[in-house]
Design a protein around this ligand. Structure first.
Ligand SMILES: [Zn+2]
Length: 457
Protein backbone atom coordinates (compact mmCIF):
# COMPACT_ATOMS: atom_id res chain seq x y z
CA UNK A 1 0.00 0.00 0.00
CA UNK A 2 2.75 2.34 1.03
CA UNK A 3 4.62 1.50 -2.16
CA UNK A 4 1.46 2.10 -4.15
CA UNK A 5 1.11 5.56 -2.55
CA UNK A 6 4.72 6.32 -3.39
CA UNK A 7 4.21 5.33 -7.01
CA UNK A 8 1.09 7.49 -7.29
CA UNK A 9 2.83 10.39 -5.62
CA UNK A 10 5.80 9.97 -7.95
CA UNK A 11 3.57 9.83 -11.04
CA UNK A 12 1.65 12.89 -9.81
CA UNK A 13 4.89 14.76 -9.24
CA UNK A 14 6.16 13.89 -12.74
CA UNK A 15 2.81 14.87 -14.25
CA UNK A 16 2.70 18.20 -12.37
CA UNK A 17 6.35 18.86 -13.04
CA UNK A 18 6.02 18.37 -16.77
CA UNK A 19 2.91 20.52 -16.80
CA UNK A 20 4.50 23.23 -14.72
CA UNK A 21 7.46 23.10 -17.06
CA UNK A 22 5.29 23.69 -20.11
CA UNK A 23 3.01 26.28 -18.59
CA UNK A 24 5.42 28.41 -16.70
CA UNK A 25 8.56 28.68 -18.81
CA UNK A 26 6.72 31.03 -21.18
CA UNK A 27 4.23 32.68 -18.87
CA UNK A 28 4.47 35.69 -21.14
CA UNK A 29 3.75 35.18 -24.84
CA UNK A 30 5.75 36.95 -27.52
CA UNK A 31 4.66 38.22 -30.94
CA UNK A 32 8.27 39.28 -31.59
CA UNK A 33 10.89 37.94 -31.72
CA UNK A 34 9.65 34.71 -33.23
CA UNK A 35 12.80 32.72 -32.45
CA UNK A 36 15.18 32.65 -29.50
CA UNK A 37 18.24 32.33 -31.69
CA UNK A 38 18.33 34.06 -35.03
CA UNK A 39 20.03 36.63 -37.26
CA UNK A 40 18.56 40.14 -37.05
CA UNK A 41 20.18 42.63 -39.42
CA UNK A 42 18.52 45.66 -37.88
CA UNK A 43 19.53 48.31 -35.38
CA UNK A 44 17.04 47.11 -32.77
CA UNK A 45 15.49 43.85 -31.59
CA UNK A 46 11.79 44.17 -30.73
CA UNK A 47 10.23 42.38 -27.78
CA UNK A 48 6.48 42.64 -28.24
CA UNK A 49 3.97 40.50 -26.38
CA UNK A 50 1.56 39.84 -23.56
CA UNK A 51 2.41 39.23 -19.90
CA UNK A 52 0.29 37.18 -17.51
CA UNK A 53 -1.56 38.90 -14.67
CA UNK A 54 0.86 40.47 -12.17
CA UNK A 55 3.87 39.22 -14.13
CA UNK A 56 6.86 41.54 -13.87
CA UNK A 57 9.22 41.47 -16.84
CA UNK A 58 12.75 42.76 -17.10
CA UNK A 59 14.81 42.82 -20.29
CA UNK A 60 18.56 43.12 -19.69
CA UNK A 61 17.66 44.15 -16.12
CA UNK A 62 15.41 47.00 -17.27
CA UNK A 63 11.86 46.78 -15.93
CA UNK A 64 9.36 46.87 -18.78
CA UNK A 65 6.07 48.76 -18.74
CA UNK A 66 3.12 46.36 -18.93
CA UNK A 67 -0.29 47.80 -19.86
CA UNK A 68 -3.40 46.79 -17.85
CA UNK A 69 -4.29 44.27 -20.58
CA UNK A 70 -0.83 42.65 -20.34
CA UNK A 71 0.57 44.27 -23.50
CA UNK A 72 4.23 45.22 -23.54
CA UNK A 73 6.80 46.32 -26.12
CA UNK A 74 10.48 47.13 -25.80
CA UNK A 75 13.48 47.60 -28.08
CA UNK A 76 17.06 46.56 -27.44
CA UNK A 77 19.87 48.12 -29.48
CA UNK A 78 21.87 45.49 -31.31
CA UNK A 79 25.61 45.64 -31.79
CA UNK A 80 27.45 43.98 -34.66
CA UNK A 81 28.07 40.27 -34.03
CA UNK A 82 26.68 38.38 -31.03
CA UNK A 83 24.00 39.85 -28.78
CA UNK A 84 22.80 38.08 -25.62
CA UNK A 85 19.53 39.40 -24.24
CA UNK A 86 18.15 38.19 -20.91
CA UNK A 87 14.40 38.31 -20.32
CA UNK A 88 13.32 37.63 -16.73
CA UNK A 89 9.79 37.21 -15.52
CA UNK A 90 8.30 35.97 -12.23
CA UNK A 91 8.32 32.50 -13.70
CA UNK A 92 11.52 32.05 -15.64
CA UNK A 93 14.65 33.44 -17.21
CA UNK A 94 14.95 33.20 -20.97
CA UNK A 95 18.06 33.89 -23.01
CA UNK A 96 17.79 35.25 -26.56
CA UNK A 97 20.82 35.08 -28.83
CA UNK A 98 20.76 37.36 -31.87
CA UNK A 99 23.48 37.79 -34.43
CA UNK A 100 23.78 41.02 -36.40
CA UNK A 101 25.88 41.10 -39.56
CA UNK A 102 28.07 44.20 -39.76
CA UNK A 103 26.47 46.65 -42.19
CA UNK A 104 28.38 47.04 -45.43
CA UNK A 105 29.35 50.62 -46.09
CA UNK A 106 27.66 51.87 -49.23
CA UNK A 107 29.77 54.20 -51.27
CA UNK A 108 28.01 56.98 -53.14
CA UNK A 109 28.56 56.25 -56.84
CA UNK A 110 30.48 58.92 -58.73
CA UNK A 111 28.77 61.31 -61.13
CA UNK A 112 29.81 60.87 -64.76
CA UNK A 113 29.01 63.72 -67.13
CA UNK A 114 28.74 63.53 -70.91
CA UNK A 115 27.44 65.39 -73.95
CA UNK A 116 23.61 65.64 -74.07
CA UNK A 117 21.99 62.62 -75.64
CA UNK A 118 18.34 61.88 -76.44
CA UNK A 119 16.48 59.05 -74.65
CA UNK A 120 12.84 57.99 -74.61
CA UNK A 121 10.60 57.26 -71.59
CA UNK A 122 9.41 53.62 -71.66
CA UNK A 123 6.15 53.75 -69.71
CA UNK A 124 3.48 56.11 -68.32
CA UNK A 125 3.89 57.51 -64.81
CA UNK A 126 7.70 57.35 -64.87
CA UNK A 127 8.91 59.39 -61.90
CA UNK A 128 11.26 62.28 -62.61
CA UNK A 129 13.09 63.15 -59.38
CA UNK A 130 15.04 66.01 -57.83
CA UNK A 131 17.90 63.71 -56.74
CA UNK A 132 19.25 60.29 -57.82
CA UNK A 133 17.40 58.32 -55.13
CA UNK A 134 14.42 56.00 -55.23
CA UNK A 135 13.05 57.20 -51.90
CA UNK A 136 11.62 60.16 -50.05
CA UNK A 137 9.49 63.01 -51.34
CA UNK A 138 11.61 63.78 -54.41
CA UNK A 139 9.24 63.31 -57.37
CA UNK A 140 8.94 66.39 -59.57
CA UNK A 141 6.44 64.90 -62.01
CA UNK A 142 5.36 61.64 -63.62
CA UNK A 143 6.29 61.47 -67.30
CA UNK A 144 4.37 59.79 -70.11
CA UNK A 145 5.44 56.95 -72.38
CA UNK A 146 7.32 58.19 -75.44
CA UNK A 147 8.49 61.48 -73.86
CA UNK A 148 11.74 62.66 -75.47
CA UNK A 149 14.32 63.75 -72.93
CA UNK A 150 17.97 64.75 -72.97
CA UNK A 151 20.42 63.15 -70.54
CA UNK A 152 23.86 64.56 -69.78
CA UNK A 153 25.14 62.50 -66.87
CA UNK A 154 24.73 59.34 -64.81
CA UNK A 155 25.09 58.36 -61.17
CA UNK A 156 24.40 54.86 -59.88
CA UNK A 157 21.09 53.64 -61.32
CA UNK A 158 20.06 57.09 -62.53
CA UNK A 159 20.51 59.32 -65.55
CA UNK A 160 20.67 63.07 -65.12
CA UNK A 161 18.02 64.79 -67.20
CA UNK A 162 18.84 68.12 -68.80
CA UNK A 163 15.68 70.30 -68.80
CA UNK A 164 17.01 73.82 -69.28
CA UNK A 165 20.05 76.00 -68.55
CA UNK A 166 19.01 76.17 -64.89
CA UNK A 167 17.26 72.88 -64.30
CA UNK A 168 18.22 69.22 -64.16
CA UNK A 169 16.39 66.18 -62.75
CA UNK A 170 16.90 62.41 -62.44
CA UNK A 171 15.25 59.35 -63.96
CA UNK A 172 16.06 55.71 -63.27
CA UNK A 173 18.02 54.07 -66.11
CA UNK A 174 15.53 51.20 -66.32
CA UNK A 175 12.73 53.65 -67.22
CA UNK A 176 14.51 54.98 -70.35
CA UNK A 177 15.49 53.50 -73.71
CA UNK A 178 17.57 54.56 -76.70
CA UNK A 179 15.47 56.05 -79.51
CA UNK A 180 14.43 53.67 -82.27
CA UNK A 181 17.12 53.86 -85.03
CA UNK A 182 14.54 53.79 -87.85
CA UNK A 183 12.48 56.59 -86.31
CA UNK A 184 12.32 59.79 -88.34
CA UNK A 185 12.92 62.32 -85.63
CA UNK A 186 12.76 66.07 -85.72
CA UNK A 187 13.15 68.26 -82.65
CA UNK A 188 9.62 69.05 -81.33
CA UNK A 189 8.44 72.61 -81.81
CA UNK A 190 5.71 74.68 -80.20
CA UNK A 191 2.39 74.98 -82.07
CA UNK A 192 -0.13 76.73 -79.84
CA UNK A 193 -1.48 77.15 -76.31
CA UNK A 194 -4.91 77.91 -74.95
CA UNK A 195 -6.66 78.33 -71.57
CA UNK A 196 -10.39 78.02 -70.91
CA UNK A 197 -12.18 78.72 -67.65
CA UNK A 198 -15.46 77.07 -66.68
CA UNK A 199 -17.63 77.37 -63.58
CA UNK A 200 -15.74 74.81 -61.50
CA UNK A 201 -12.77 74.00 -63.71
CA UNK A 202 -10.06 75.38 -65.94
CA UNK A 203 -8.44 73.59 -68.87
CA UNK A 204 -5.03 74.53 -70.27
CA UNK A 205 -3.80 73.09 -73.53
CA UNK A 206 -0.27 73.33 -74.92
CA UNK A 207 0.50 71.78 -78.25
CA UNK A 208 3.90 70.66 -79.59
CA UNK A 209 4.91 68.53 -82.54
CA UNK A 210 6.40 65.89 -80.18
CA UNK A 211 6.34 64.65 -76.58
CA UNK A 212 8.35 66.79 -74.13
CA UNK A 213 8.99 66.60 -70.36
CA UNK A 214 7.04 68.71 -67.88
CA UNK A 215 7.14 69.72 -64.20
CA UNK A 216 4.51 70.91 -61.73
CA UNK A 217 5.24 73.30 -58.86
CA UNK A 218 2.87 74.79 -56.35
CA UNK A 219 2.98 78.05 -54.43
CA UNK A 220 0.33 79.30 -51.99
CA UNK A 221 -1.73 80.79 -54.77
CA UNK A 222 -0.67 79.09 -58.00
CA UNK A 223 0.00 75.83 -59.76
CA UNK A 224 2.93 76.32 -62.14
CA UNK A 225 3.02 73.98 -65.08
CA UNK A 226 6.22 74.00 -67.21
CA UNK A 227 7.20 72.21 -70.39
CA UNK A 228 10.87 72.01 -71.43
CA UNK A 229 12.34 71.78 -74.90
CA UNK A 230 16.12 71.70 -74.31
CA UNK A 231 16.92 70.26 -77.74
CA UNK A 232 15.42 73.36 -79.33
CA UNK A 233 17.28 75.75 -77.01
CA UNK A 234 18.43 75.71 -73.40
CA UNK A 235 16.01 78.57 -72.65
CA UNK A 236 13.01 76.92 -74.23
CA UNK A 237 10.60 76.67 -71.25
CA UNK A 238 6.83 77.15 -71.60
CA UNK A 239 5.12 78.20 -68.37
CA UNK A 240 1.43 78.22 -67.45
CA UNK A 241 0.53 79.88 -64.13
CA UNK A 242 -2.86 78.77 -62.87
CA UNK A 243 -4.60 80.41 -59.94
CA UNK A 244 -5.45 77.73 -57.37
CA UNK A 245 -8.98 77.29 -56.09
CA UNK A 246 -9.07 76.68 -52.34
CA UNK A 247 -10.10 73.03 -52.69
CA UNK A 248 -8.94 71.48 -55.93
CA UNK A 249 -7.78 68.43 -57.82
CA UNK A 250 -5.81 68.32 -61.07
CA UNK A 251 -4.88 66.00 -63.87
CA UNK A 252 -2.28 66.05 -66.64
CA UNK A 253 -2.89 64.24 -69.94
CA UNK A 254 -0.49 63.94 -72.90
CA UNK A 255 -1.51 62.64 -76.30
CA UNK A 256 0.80 62.99 -79.28
CA UNK A 257 2.49 66.27 -78.39
CA UNK A 258 -0.49 67.94 -76.73
CA UNK A 259 -0.59 68.49 -73.00
CA UNK A 260 -3.97 69.03 -71.38
CA UNK A 261 -3.79 70.24 -67.80
CA UNK A 262 -7.13 70.32 -66.02
CA UNK A 263 -7.83 71.88 -62.60
CA UNK A 264 -11.14 71.08 -60.89
CA UNK A 265 -12.65 72.92 -57.97
CA UNK A 266 -14.24 70.54 -55.44
CA UNK A 267 -18.02 70.91 -55.24
CA UNK A 268 -19.50 72.23 -51.99
CA UNK A 269 -22.09 69.67 -50.87
CA UNK A 270 -25.55 71.04 -50.10
CA UNK A 271 -27.22 71.04 -46.67
CA UNK A 272 -24.26 69.59 -44.79
CA UNK A 273 -24.52 66.23 -46.50
CA UNK A 274 -22.08 64.39 -48.76
CA UNK A 275 -24.59 64.20 -51.62
CA UNK A 276 -22.86 63.94 -54.97
CA UNK A 277 -19.47 63.00 -53.47
CA UNK A 278 -17.73 59.77 -54.42
CA UNK A 279 -15.35 58.52 -51.74
CA UNK A 280 -13.06 55.48 -52.00
CA UNK A 281 -12.29 53.70 -48.72
CA UNK A 282 -9.15 51.58 -48.78
CA UNK A 283 -8.69 49.31 -45.74
CA UNK A 284 -4.95 48.55 -45.82
CA UNK A 285 -3.44 45.02 -46.20
CA UNK A 286 -5.66 41.88 -46.12
CA UNK A 287 -5.50 38.16 -46.84
CA UNK A 288 -1.93 36.88 -46.83
CA UNK A 289 -0.71 40.33 -45.81
CA UNK A 290 -1.57 40.93 -42.12
CA UNK A 291 0.14 44.32 -41.77
CA UNK A 292 1.47 45.13 -38.30
CA UNK A 293 0.84 42.67 -35.44
CA UNK A 294 -0.24 44.08 -32.08
CA UNK A 295 1.19 43.13 -28.66
CA UNK A 296 -1.75 40.79 -28.05
CA UNK A 297 -1.56 39.27 -31.53
CA UNK A 298 -4.21 41.48 -33.16
CA UNK A 299 -3.69 41.90 -36.90
CA UNK A 300 -3.67 45.34 -38.47
CA UNK A 301 -5.63 44.11 -41.53
CA UNK A 302 -8.62 43.19 -39.30
CA UNK A 303 -8.71 46.52 -37.48
CA UNK A 304 -8.31 48.42 -40.78
CA UNK A 305 -11.30 46.56 -42.24
CA UNK A 306 -13.42 47.10 -39.15
CA UNK A 307 -12.80 50.86 -39.31
CA UNK A 308 -13.34 50.82 -43.10
CA UNK A 309 -16.73 49.12 -42.83
CA UNK A 310 -17.87 51.51 -40.08
CA UNK A 311 -16.72 54.41 -42.25
CA UNK A 312 -18.62 52.99 -45.22
CA UNK A 313 -21.87 52.96 -43.20
CA UNK A 314 -21.33 56.44 -41.89
CA UNK A 315 -20.42 58.06 -45.21
CA UNK A 316 -23.40 56.37 -46.92
CA UNK A 317 -25.70 57.72 -44.21
CA UNK A 318 -24.29 61.16 -44.96
CA UNK A 319 -25.23 60.72 -48.62
CA UNK A 320 -21.88 59.82 -50.23
CA UNK A 321 -21.38 57.26 -52.97
CA UNK A 322 -18.85 54.90 -51.34
CA UNK A 323 -16.50 52.47 -53.11
CA UNK A 324 -14.49 49.95 -51.08
CA UNK A 325 -11.14 48.52 -52.26
CA UNK A 326 -11.94 45.45 -50.12
CA UNK A 327 -14.92 44.40 -48.00
CA UNK A 328 -13.55 41.12 -46.64
CA UNK A 329 -10.24 39.57 -45.63
CA UNK A 330 -8.64 39.22 -49.07
CA UNK A 331 -5.38 40.32 -50.68
CA UNK A 332 -5.58 43.35 -52.98
CA UNK A 333 -2.37 44.71 -54.55
CA UNK A 334 -1.54 48.40 -54.30
CA UNK A 335 -1.87 48.66 -58.09
CA UNK A 336 -5.39 47.21 -57.94
CA UNK A 337 -6.38 49.59 -55.16
CA UNK A 338 -5.30 52.52 -57.33
CA UNK A 339 -7.10 51.00 -60.34
CA UNK A 340 -10.34 50.75 -58.33
CA UNK A 341 -9.96 54.41 -57.40
CA UNK A 342 -9.19 55.48 -60.98
CA UNK A 343 -12.26 53.69 -62.32
CA UNK A 344 -14.62 55.24 -59.77
CA UNK A 345 -13.50 58.87 -60.36
CA UNK A 346 -13.76 59.84 -56.69
CA UNK A 347 -13.22 63.25 -55.15
CA UNK A 348 -11.61 61.69 -52.07
CA UNK A 349 -9.59 58.53 -51.32
CA UNK A 350 -9.07 57.41 -47.71
CA UNK A 351 -6.57 54.67 -46.97
CA UNK A 352 -6.95 53.17 -43.49
CA UNK A 353 -4.01 51.75 -41.58
CA UNK A 354 -2.63 51.30 -38.11
CA UNK A 355 0.99 51.99 -37.40
CA UNK A 356 4.00 50.02 -36.26
CA UNK A 357 7.26 51.30 -34.90
CA UNK A 358 10.12 51.51 -37.41
CA UNK A 359 13.64 50.30 -36.60
CA UNK A 360 14.27 52.90 -33.87
CA UNK A 361 14.60 52.94 -30.10
CA UNK A 362 11.00 52.74 -28.95
CA UNK A 363 9.58 55.28 -26.55
CA UNK A 364 6.15 54.00 -25.51
CA UNK A 365 4.97 57.51 -24.65
CA UNK A 366 6.02 58.98 -27.97
CA UNK A 367 5.65 56.20 -30.55
CA UNK A 368 1.88 56.06 -30.28
CA UNK A 369 -1.26 57.81 -31.36
CA UNK A 370 -2.91 58.97 -34.56
CA UNK A 371 -1.12 60.24 -37.65
CA UNK A 372 -2.41 61.29 -41.05
CA UNK A 373 -0.28 61.27 -44.22
CA UNK A 374 -0.63 63.06 -47.54
CA UNK A 375 1.59 63.41 -50.59
CA UNK A 376 0.21 66.09 -52.91
CA UNK A 377 -0.20 69.64 -51.68
CA UNK A 378 -3.94 69.61 -52.49
CA UNK A 379 -4.58 66.93 -49.82
CA UNK A 380 -2.69 68.66 -46.99
CA UNK A 381 -5.62 70.63 -45.57
CA UNK A 382 -7.91 67.59 -45.59
CA UNK A 383 -5.18 65.61 -43.76
CA UNK A 384 -4.92 68.32 -41.10
CA UNK A 385 -8.66 68.50 -40.47
CA UNK A 386 -9.18 64.72 -40.39
CA UNK A 387 -6.25 64.47 -37.97
CA UNK A 388 -7.86 67.04 -35.67
CA UNK A 389 -11.24 65.27 -35.63
CA UNK A 390 -9.71 61.80 -35.27
CA UNK A 391 -7.46 62.53 -32.27
CA UNK A 392 -10.43 64.19 -30.57
CA UNK A 393 -12.76 61.22 -31.20
CA UNK A 394 -10.18 58.57 -30.26
CA UNK A 395 -8.48 60.41 -27.37
CA UNK A 396 -5.17 59.34 -28.89
CA UNK A 397 -1.86 61.17 -28.90
CA UNK A 398 -1.45 63.57 -31.84
CA UNK A 399 1.27 61.90 -33.93
CA UNK A 400 1.16 64.64 -36.53
CA UNK A 401 0.37 65.25 -40.19
CA UNK A 402 3.22 64.23 -42.48
CA UNK A 403 4.04 64.28 -46.17
CA UNK A 404 5.05 60.81 -47.35
CA UNK A 405 5.53 59.29 -50.78
CA UNK A 406 3.19 56.31 -50.33
CA UNK A 407 2.06 54.75 -53.59
CA UNK A 408 -1.67 55.11 -52.84
CA UNK A 409 -1.25 58.86 -52.15
CA UNK A 410 0.39 60.01 -55.37
CA UNK A 411 -2.62 60.74 -57.58
CA UNK A 412 -3.64 64.38 -57.81
CA UNK A 413 -6.97 63.92 -59.64
CA UNK A 414 -8.58 63.18 -56.27
CA UNK A 415 -7.63 64.12 -52.71
CA UNK A 416 -5.93 61.25 -50.94
CA UNK A 417 -4.90 60.75 -47.34
CA UNK A 418 -3.68 57.77 -45.34
CA UNK A 419 -4.84 57.46 -41.76
CA UNK A 420 -2.84 55.60 -39.09
CA UNK A 421 -5.47 55.41 -36.35
CA UNK A 422 -3.15 54.02 -33.64
CA UNK A 423 0.08 52.03 -33.19
CA UNK A 424 -0.58 48.28 -33.20
CA UNK A 425 2.68 47.65 -31.33
CA UNK A 426 2.23 50.26 -28.62
CA UNK A 427 0.95 48.79 -25.31
CA UNK A 428 -0.96 51.96 -24.38
CA UNK A 429 -2.59 52.18 -27.81
CA UNK A 430 -3.48 48.48 -27.66
CA UNK A 431 -5.77 49.26 -24.71
CA UNK A 432 -7.50 51.93 -26.82
CA UNK A 433 -7.92 50.02 -30.09
CA UNK A 434 -9.28 46.96 -28.27
CA UNK A 435 -12.14 49.00 -26.82
CA UNK A 436 -15.52 48.27 -28.41
CA UNK A 437 -16.19 51.74 -29.77
CA UNK A 438 -12.74 52.31 -31.32
CA UNK A 439 -13.60 51.50 -34.95
CA UNK A 440 -16.91 53.37 -34.71
CA UNK A 441 -15.24 56.44 -33.21
CA UNK A 442 -12.45 56.34 -35.79
CA UNK A 443 -15.06 56.26 -38.56
CA UNK A 444 -16.90 59.16 -36.96
CA UNK A 445 -13.71 61.22 -36.71
CA UNK A 446 -12.80 60.61 -40.37
CA UNK A 447 -16.33 61.23 -41.69
CA UNK A 448 -16.88 64.39 -39.63
CA UNK A 449 -13.45 65.64 -40.71
CA UNK A 450 -14.30 65.13 -44.39
CA UNK A 451 -17.63 66.94 -44.02
CA UNK A 452 -16.08 69.82 -42.11
CA UNK A 453 -13.35 70.17 -44.74
CA UNK A 454 -15.88 70.28 -47.59
CA UNK A 455 -18.43 72.66 -46.09
CA UNK A 456 -16.18 75.09 -44.19
CA UNK A 457 -14.84 78.19 -45.94
ZN1 LIG B 1 -0.43 49.32 -42.71
Amino acid sequence: MKNMQRVIFFLLAVFLGVNLGINTSYAYTLVFPREKKTVINKDYAFFVGKAQNTEIITINDKKIYVAPNGAFAHTVKLKDGKNRIVVRSNFSTQIYNFYKNPASIKETPALKEFEPKRMVVIKDRTPMRSNPQDSGVNRISHLFEGTNILINGEQGNFYRVYLSKNKTAWIEKKDLKEPDKNEKYTVPTFITMNSETFKNASVHTIEFTGKLPYTIDETDKEIIFKIYNPEYSDNSVYTVNIRKPEKYTYKTILSNGTYVFKVNELPVPADKTLDGMTIVIDPGHGGSEPGAIGCLGDKEKDLNLKIGLELQDRLRLMGANVIMTRECDGYVSLEDRIKIAEQSCPQIYISIHNNSIPDIEMNIRKNRGTGVYYYNENSKELAKIVQKFLTKELSTRNDGVKQRSFKVLRRSEYLSILVEAAYMTNPMDSVLYREDGFAYNAARGIADGILYYLVCD
